[in-house]
Design a protein around this ligand. Sequence first.
Ligand SMILES: *[C@@H]1O[C@H](CO)[C@@H](O)[C@H](O)[C@H]1NC(C)=O
Ligand SMILES: *[C@@H]1O[C@H](CO)[C@@H](O)[C@H](O)[C@H]1NC(C)=O
Ligand SMILES: *[C@@H]1O[C@H](CO)[C@@H](O)[C@H](O)[C@H]1NC(C)=O
Ligand SMILES: *[C@@H]1O[C@H](CO)[C@@H](O)[C@H](O)[C@H]1NC(C)=O
Length: 352
Amino acid sequence: MQITKILVASALAATCSGTAAPLPTPAAILPRLSSNEWINYTTLTGFFAQDDPATNPSTFDYTTTNFGLLNITYPTDDEVDPTWTQWQKFEHHVWRLNRGSGRFVQYKVLYMGRHGEGYHNVAESYYGTPAWNCYWSEKDGNGTITWADAKITPNGVAQAQKANAFWASRIALQKIPVPETYYTSPLTRCLQTSNITFYGLDLPSRQPFIPTVKELFREGISGHTCDRRGTRTYIQDAYPGYKIEAGFSEDDLLWKPLMGEVPTDEDVRSKRVLDDVFAGDDSTYISITSHSGEIASILRVLGHQPFSLSTGAVIPVLVKAEIIQRDVPATTTLPWTALSTCSTVPPLPTAT
Ligand SMILES: *[C@@H]1O[C@H](CO)[C@@H](O)[C@H](O)[C@H]1NC(C)=O
Ligand SMILES: *[C@@H]1O[C@H](CO)[C@@H](O)[C@H](O)[C@H]1NC(C)=O
Ligand SMILES: *[C@@H]1O[C@H](CO)[C@@H](O)[C@H](O)[C@H]1NC(C)=O
Ligand SMILES: *[C@@H]1O[C@H](CO)[C@@H](O)[C@H](O)[C@H]1NC(C)=O
């Protein structure tokens, strides 16, 4: 048992910057990118149920499946105590991948959580997607509820509390490697969800829950008011414990009324924000609280199969990032498209 503890401690220490580790420190951080360097992301498959095409996302529940971590044997299992949990063995395996990876390759585990149900989700269901898209989504609310920069509903709070309880159980029962760094979208529904998800957990004192608000983890910028963020001052006042990334503007300079970002542009900025994280953050375990559309875009950039998340759900992905020397491909962006709107109030969907 003594040896087990030492092994765990050294494996953990090696993933934290600035800590003397008894084993050689794995290459955890990619060097800053120069102009002819490009990061190639790939998803390592065979580790999580979510990376398997046979898994049905609409019925999958991360809380009944140990976050989807498959119960498999890793080639590095003979180096650890057989009584270790699956997550401990996984952590050791990832540590070994980084240790042998060389200077230009690193592996990270992204825990990506979708916000809990927001008032805009409820309104879209209530009005039906066509009427929502062409009319209601352009308004701030309907007089009863507000969905501009939507807050989460009581059901959304419960979904985030479920995530919180599940993290607590994984920490206690599985000794899961908890995030070393936390990021969140600047939209209110994610600020709220990240707080509820990680508040009060038994986290290591060196890895407290202090998320960084990052502009480009926001939802696809749809022209709907639910995707327009609050000011920097509002975010700082509402979440004084959160950090806000450098360069974050006071006002939302990206959202444009009635204009929608197209998926290729969203993927370009998803890669930009991932490059920023991978080149600037030496953590191996990273939490990102974001949105269905944005997580779908990140999964495309990572070469992960599509895997849609219900509100409040979390997906872990084991990512390999490799710096390659090449002519950096010109990123093609496309013009945003104008939303098609309805001039009259569409009728409510008829009950069937
Ligand atoms: C990125 O990595 C994948 C998997 O290793 C490889 O098939 C692909 O060719 C790489 N892309 C580039 C541009 O090197
Ligand atoms: C792995 O085994 C545990 C314990 O038997 C189980 O709870 C979990 O669902 C299994 N994981 C998967 C992805 O099937
Ligand atoms: C506003 O929308 C909510 C559902 O999102 C609905 O319950 C409520 O009745 C609507 N209010 C009005 C005035 O139509
Ligand atoms: C999260 O919410 C709790 C309770 O509302 C609050 O005390 C705490 O300061 C919040 N955490 C951060 C980092 O803002």
